[in-house]
Design a protein around this ligand. Structure first.
Ligand SMILES: C[S@@+](CC[C@H](N)C(=O)[O-])C[C@H]1O[C@@H](n2cnc3c(N)ncnc32)[C@H](O)[C@@H]1O
Length: 201
């Protein structure tokens, strides 16, 4: 989907995603000392970026949807924190080399050739010793899970992401993880996600 499509999806007062951070983002990063600069790549309405700012990180929120970023800024202000929003298309934007102490990608799904470029540039943008975290819908989710994109061309496994980050970083976790979700009829389902955590070398 292009930026106009995402803008359309984000228009309106309702949140498309939840206000709370993603459970894996919170679990993985709660123990990390929040000193320095973090970037939330494809930040959307900012649920994770706002949580990071609340922890004490100096946060850049990057997305190509102006509507999403406006919402993220407003929500951040309501929570009494600040975000630096960067409106950019990730297929052409690259973070400055070694600029960030923490880089987060949460549920960004692009055709794999574009995703590999974003993953490499994300790794390049983290300083030595900094943290990389990705959470996304796992390639096994359409068959074994629930929700998320169904097109296999935009899905990935944790191992695919880890293979791309391995030349840049030590991989601490690369696995399929599950989380409970509610379907449209209110039933309990399970979603399968890819989770990768790494430390930049
Ligand atoms: C599924 S949402 C995830 C939002 C957020 N990370 C979260 O977990 O709540 C995917 C986001 O990726 C953004 N996005 C998709 N393609 C992009 C691109 N080429 N450049 C910048 N942002 C993009 C969309 O605007 C959308 O906000």
């Amino acid at each position: 989907m292009d930026a106009a499509g995402w803008d359309e999806r984000y228009r309106g007062s309702e949140l498309v995603w939840k206000a709370e951070p993603n459970r894996f983002v919170e679990e993985e990063l709660a123990d990390l000392k929040p000193t320095g600069r973090a970037v939330d790549i494809a930040a959307g309405e900012g649920r994770n970026a706002i949580w990071l700012a609340e922890q004490g990180w100096d946060v850049d929120a990057v997305d190509f949807s102006a509507v999403a970023l406006e919402k993220a800024e407003r929500l951040a202000a309501e929570q009494g924190v600040r975000l630096r929003s960067v409106r950019a298309d990730l297929t052409v934007w690259a973070p400055p080399e070694g600029a960030y102490d923490l880089s987060l990608i949460s549920y960004l799904h692009l055709p794999w050739a574009q995703m590999t470029q974003v993953l490499r540039q994300t790794a390049n943008g983290v300083r030595k010793g900094g943290t990389l975290l990705l959470v996304g819908h796992h390639a096994a989710n359409p068959e074994h899970g629930h929700g998320g994109p169904q097109d296999p061309r935009v899905l990935y496994t944790a191992e695919q992401v880890a293979d791309l980050w391995r030349p840049y970083a030590d991989i601490l976790r690369a696995e399929a993880v599950t989380r409970p979700v509610t379907d449209s009829e209110g039933g309990s389902r399970t979603a399968v996600d890819a989770l990768v955590r790494a430390v930049r070398r």
